[in-house]
Design a protein around this ligand. Structure first.
Ligand SMILES: NC(=O)C1=CN([C@@H]2O[C@H](COP(=O)(O)OP(=O)(O)OC[C@H]3O[C@@H](n4cnc5c(N)ncnc54)[C@H](OP(=O)(O)O)[C@@H]3O)[C@@H](O)[C@H]2O)C=CC1
Ligand SMILES: CC(=O)N[C@@H](CCC(=O)OP(=O)(O)O)C(=O)O
Length: 339
């Protein structure tokens, strides 16, 4: 690629934006034109995001993009993305939306799980779900990529080989642990340090908006209407996600299936030992550990990723690389900081 890609980031002071900027400042073909911020427009990066001072210290955050750009990343709440996406598309811009506003094809699910009426069905139909391991070719031609949620990324990558091989199973139970940054940077009482440290808790047990997202993608991949039982738990770590899937089936030898399915995939590793989240922090990797418990006829698949990495911002960069014909792995970290 000869030209530099001009990229603008909305919701610049949030956590996914911060991780995105960290990756993009090292990308050889990207120039960040604007950091759009509703709360800190007019202030310098060095004041608002001091950790980015060495690269972007003098850049001033803006209310609206001030320069022309090729691609916008939306690191915004769902309701804000819902309105911003059609505006940008109507101006001919390409968009990677990190929110959930354009991930589920059924607009009715938004009323039930997000609490708003989705008024942009036509746009929803054009959105490509940004999981490159499943939808690589469509992402290449997309104007709008709906970047997946962190729990759906971990779950779907873990489930896919079984769906692809049409393995017979009767139930899928997902129990997933997430670091606190998954909840974003906004303040909420249960995430205050005294309440969060040395504390674990489940939330949205009966109903979480990622359940219809997972079920919708399973349907796209297999045509199968499947119900997924999903329970999220937040743990006292800043980053990281570990999902455990329990799938009742008689198919015992699943490891080879996982290796075959993901052979050649640069960011998916099949492990022979249960992964630790420290193996993926700051990377775009997802590590899968498929195993089988004969006593209970259950396949167990562990899936580890960084909720801000493959679960959000680095996956968004992987999508950008595909959308603009760049090498898919460009600038994406694969070696974690350890310990
Ligand atoms: N955190 C994670 O692990 C993941 C998050 N996501 C999704 O990505 C999106 C961004 O998440 P994340 O960065 O964690 O969220 P944050 O809460 O950390 O950041 C969101 C940012 O959006 C901006 N914003 C603009 N308008 C509003 C508004 N009306 N109310 C509140 N904020 C507003 C703010 O930045 P400013 O003031 O600069 O405009 C805010 O900092 C969300 O939709 C989230 O669901 C997806 C996958 C994983
Ligand atoms: C710990 C925590 O609160 N996690 C978030 C998931 C973050 C995510 O993947 O984002 P989307 O909202 O974009 O789907 C949650 O459960 O709401």
């Amino acid at each position: 690629m000869e030209q530099t890609l001009r990229v603008c980031i909305y919701g610049a002071t949030g956590y996914t934006a911060s991780e995105l900027i960290r990756i993009l400042v090292e990308h050889p073909y990207v120039r960040i034109t604007d950091l759009v911020s509703s709360s800190t427009a007019g202030r310098k990066v060095s004041e608002v995001l001091p950790h980015l001072t060495p690269k972007l210290g003098d850049l001033v955050l803006s209310k609206e993009p001030e320069e022309d750009f090729d691609l916008a990343f939306l690191c915004l709440p769902h309701e804000v993305s819902l309105e911003t996406v059609p505006e940008l598309l109507s101006k001919g811009k390409k968009v990677v939306d990190l929110s959930g506003a354009y991930r589920i094809r059924n607009p009715k699910a938004y009323e039930e799980f997000y609490g708003f009426v989705h008024r942009y069905e036509d746009v929803l139909e054009t959105a490509v779900y940004g999981l490159p391991e499943f939808f690589r070719e469509s992402i290449k031609g997309a104007q709008l990529v709906a970047n997946p949620g962190c729990y759906p990324t971990a779950t779907l990558l873990a489930l896919y080989p079984l769906i692809k091989e049409k393995v017979e199973f009767d139930s899928v139970i997902v129990h997933a642990l997430s670091g606190v940054s998954g909840a974003g940077r906004g303040l909420r009482q249960q995430f205050h340090y005294p309440e969060m440290e040395e504390n674990f808790f489940a939330y949205s047990v009966e109903k979480h908006r990622h359940t219809p997202e997972m079920e919708d993608v399973v349907k796209r991949l297999s045509g199968r209407e499947m119900r997924i039982r999903f329970t999220p738990v937040v743990v006292p770590a800043s980053r990281g996600m570990l999902s455990t899937l329990y799938v009742r089936t008689n198919i015992k030898d699943i490891e080879d299936l996982y290796r075959e399915t993901y052979s050649g995939e640069p960011f998916i590793t099949i492990s022979r030992t249960p992964p630790m989240t420290k193996w993926v922090l700051g990377t775009n990797n997802c590590i899968l550990y498929p195993t089988y418990d004969a006593r209970s006829s259950t396949a167990i698949i562990l899936s580890a990723l960084d909720n801000l990495g493959k679960g959000a911002s680095s996956q968004a960069v992987q999508n950008m690389n595909l959308m603009f014909g760049l090498e898919e792995t460009l600038s994406l970290p694969t070696v974690p900081k350890f310990p």
